[in-house]
Structures are given as structure tokens and as C-alpha cells.
Design a binder for this molecule. Structure first.
Ligand SMILES: Cc1cc2nc3c(=O)[nH]c(=O)nc-3n(C[C@H](O)[C@H](O)[C@H](O)COP(=O)(O)OP(=O)(O)OC[C@H]3O[C@@H](n4cnc5c(N)ncnc54)[C@H](O)[C@@H]3O)c2cc1C
Length: 385
């Protein structure tokens, strides 16, 4: 049977970054990924200053900046395109002395993968169960093979099979809305800034990416697995957002049905622990959040920076995992809960409530407008409490 020092299940942002960090800390680690190829889906995401700080600790910041589009601002607009909130992202980012970026997921995956020596990512390996005894963990795969490890990092995402075995009650919860995403060409639209629009027909966000691309997303309320929404095409989305400001219509008209990615928005209720002996849950497997604060992947890289920090102090894997869990729970729980609340308010459909919400947002004192971002981007996630 194969033996590895640390087995990492899942080759997403969390798993790949963890493998790089372990290697940097002098430990050997192998990533086991169920997919036959690591591509990263055709969508983008934002990496805020806190994530860039975490990547800096891991020696990855400069490389990521090269594939990222610098985001000086990210305004929230109403359906007519008028500003509701203008978060001072750049100013708050100065706490970490970092900037905010938007990236194509596929490019981030390729970049992370390129940092690992060959043979450290095993593809087509779907973990189905584990056992933990005599100071080691055994992981079993769907192809009938198994691997022994001195530690197991579970990074297999929100629907984590291994978390299900460990904590059967921790199931993904539907947030009440679906999301469509795509990356398209920017040549004819010439989008230069990033924003998110809140209106009674749903939310629409967009940001430029490098290489003349645009990443956009749309969130619409609906029942879980709604058969009508599941079949939504670009034409349906165009009709839905027809009375919203430009360039939303142009962005949708420049997207093909083949480019659309549709997901139900889910999170998991904050867990009581991320560490279970020689097993650690990181990224979405441990603390999946709704995307309303743009923090899911950011929190995954923060997990890894804290893991790396702990590895400088101790070589006892159970102790390291326990300390990582203690240092991560409060912050990730805050983000899960706050992000869910923001999503609830942002997805209102009742016109009178929206009018009231928008008026309040406009007159709210500046300090209150910046509050959520302040806490997120001015809290030292590396500090030990
Ligand atoms: C609409 C939307 C917008 C978002 N926007 C942002 C944003 O702007 N900023 C941000 O920071 N975050 C954002 N997020 C969140 C972000 O996408 C996730 O937090 C992040 O991708 C989690 O990374 P992960 O590696 O933990 O999990 P995943 O990316 O889900 O990776 C898990 C990996 O594990 C593999 N796997 C699964 N099961 C097994 C198994 N049994 N055995 C082996 N391998 C397995 C999968 O194939 C996958 O490769 C957004 C999410 C959504 C849905």
C-alpha cells in the first residue's frame, strides 16, 4: 500500500495551496483529486487584500498578481446604475499593504499546479472513506486502492465526502438563490470597473479580468433544484435583466449558452471544530460560505497561511491541526453568518422594501457603510488570541 506523509483530498484552491505550503515547510504531501484533469471552471473570482496577504506569506503573491486584474473599487448599484455603496476597497486593503484582484479560476489553478513538483498531484483518485488508528490515517479510493498517511487534509469542497463520514449532520444548506456565471471577451464592451447591481429581478455583478476578458454573475431567487431555473438560457437571463442599466444587456448578449455555469448557492452552518485528531478540514469542506462577501477562496488561502505558521512551531500534526482549527473558527463563522445575511438583503424582490433599503443605504453614515469590510480587511487573521 502507498504511504505519504500528508494526504490532501481535493485539488481546488485549498488543496493545491496546502500542498505548496507543506512543501515549503519541508513536509512531503500528495494531493488526490477525483477529476481526470485540473482545469478550474470557466468563471472568475475576487481575491481580496487579506487573501493576497496570505499568498504573500506562502511566497505566491507576485505570481498571482501577474494573472490578476487589479480592482481599485467595487461599487454596489441600483437597477438604474446609481451608486448605493462605494466600499473603499483600496483604502481598507492598505491594512494588509495589499491590493484586491479578480482572476480567472482556470489560470489560478494552472499557476498553483505549476508550483508543485511532478507526481505530487494524483488525478482520477476519488476518496470514498477513511479510517484513523494507530497514529495514522488510511484513505480509500473508488478504484479500490488505499493510501496510508501521517495526516489527512480534507479539501474536497462543500459536498465533501470525507466530511460526510466525519460529521454526517453537517450538510450544505441552500441559500434560496441560484447563480449563473461566465467569462466572456471584453473587446466590444470595454468594461473598466467592477460592480454589483441589486434590483427586484435579481443581482448582477461583473468585473474585468486580464487578457481582455469579463467575468460576470447573476443571482436569482428560486426553490432548490427549480426545474425552470435549471433550464434558464441566456435569452431567459436577458429578459430577466432587461430593465437593468447597461452594459448588463450587452454582457448577456455577448455570452453563449455554452459559456453559462449554473450553481445553487449553498453554505454550511459553522462547524464546532475543523480538526479531528490527524484530520483537518480546510476551504469549503470546513467552512463553505455564500459568495456575497467574495471570501470563500480567500478564507481557504488564509487557512493555509495559518497552517504554515503553525508548522513553524510544532511537528506534532494533531497539535498543529488543533491550533489551526482554534485560530480559524471565529473568523470563518463570522464570514459564513454575515455573508448569508448580506445575501438575504441583496436578494429582496419586494419593490417597497427595496426602495426603503436603497434609501437607507444611501443615507447611512460612511463609517457604517464600511463596517463589514473594515472587520474583514483590518483583522489580523494570523494573530493568536
Ligand atoms: C458563484 C460563486 C462565486 C464565488 N466568488 C468568490 C469570490 O469572488 N472570491 C472568493 O474568494 N470565493 C468565491 N467563491 C467561493 C470559492 O469558489 C470557493 O470557496 C473555493 O473554490 C473553495 O475552494 P476549495 O478548494 O475549498 O473547494 P473546491 O474548489 O470545490 O475544490 C474541491 C476539489 O475537490 C475535488 N473533490 C471533491 N470530492 C472529491 C473526492 N471525494 N475525492 C477527491 N477529490 C474530490 C473536486 O473535484 C475539486 O477539485 C465563489 C463561489 C461561488 C459559488
Amino acid at each position: 500500500m502507498e504511504t505519504t506523509n500528508i494526504a490532501i483530498i481535493g485539488g481546488g484552491v485549498a488543496g493545491l495551496t496546502a500542498a505548496i505550503a507543506l512543501q515549503k515547510a519541508g513536509l512531503s504531501a500528495t494531493v488526490y483529486e477525483q477529476a481526470a484533469a485540473l482545469r478550474g471552471i470557466g468563471a472568475g473570482f475576487g481575491l481580496a487584500a487579506n487573501a493576497m496577504h496570505a499568498l504573500d506569506i506562502l511566497g505566491l503573491r507576485q505570481g498571482v498578481e501577474k494573472i490578476g486584474h487589479f480592482l481599485p473599487s467595487y461599487n454596489i448599484l441600483d437597477a438604474n446604475g446609481k451608486i448605493l455603496i462605494s466600499p473603499k476597497t483600496e483604502q481598507i486593503g492598505t491594512y494588509y499593504k495589499q491590493k484586491n484582484f479578480a482572476l480567472h479560476r482556470g489560470e489560478l489553478h494552472s499557476f498553483l499546479l505549476a508550483q508543485l513538483p511532478e507526481g505530487h498531484v494524483r488525478l482520477g483518485k476519488q476518496a470514498i472513506s477513511f479510517t484513523q488508528n494507530q497514529g495514522r490515517v488510511t484513505i480509500n479510493f473508488s478504484d479500490g486502492s488505499s493510501v496510508h498517511a501521517h495526516g489527512l487534509i480534507v479539501a474536497d469542497g462543500i459536498r465533501s465526502t470525507l466530511r460526510q463520514q466525519l460529521l454526517p449532520k453537517a450538510k450544505p444548506r441552500y441559500a434560496g438563490y441560484m447563480c449563473w456565471r461566465a467569462v466572456i471577451d471584453n473587446q466590444h464592451i470595454d468594461l473598466t470597473s467592477s460592480y454589483e447591481t441589486w434590483g427586484s429581478n435579481g443581482r448582477f455583478g461583473m468585473t474585468p479580468l486580464v487578457d481582455q476578458k469579463i467575468y460576470w454573475y447573476a443571482c436569482i431567487n428560486g426553490k432548490v433544484n427549480d426545474p425552470i431555473l435549471r433550464k434558464f438560457t441566456i435569452d431567459d437571463l436577458r429578459k430577466r435583466f432587461a430593465n437593468y442599466h447597461q452594459p448588463i444587456g450587452s454582457v448577456l448578449s455577448s455570452t453563449s449558452n455554452e459559456q453559462l455555469i449554473c450553481s445553487e448557492i449553498m453554505d454550511i452552518k459553522p462547524l464546532k471544530s475543523l480538526a479531528y485528531g490527524k484530520i483537518l478540514l480546510i476551504g469549503d469542506a470546513g467552512h463553505a460560505t455564500t459568495p456575497n462577501m467574495g471570501q470563500g477562496a480567500c478564507q481557504a488561502v488564509e487557512d493555509v497561511a495559518v497552517l504554515y505558521d503553525e508548522l513553524q512551531e510544532s511537528s506534532d500534526i494533531s497539535e498543529v491541526f488543533r491550533n489551526v482549527s482554534e485560530r480559524r473558527l471565529e473568523r470563518t463563522s463570522y464570514i459564513i453568518n454575515t455573508s448569508r445575511r448580506i445575501g438575504w438583503i441583496a436578494q429582496w424582490e419586494n419593490k417597497a422594501s427595496i426602495q426603503l433599503r436603497n434609501s437607507l443605504m444611501r443615507i447611512m453614515p460612511e463609517r457604517m457603510k464600511q463596517q463589514q469590510l473594515q472587520r474583514l480587511l483590518t483583522e489580523n487573521f494570523l494573530s493568536k488570541k
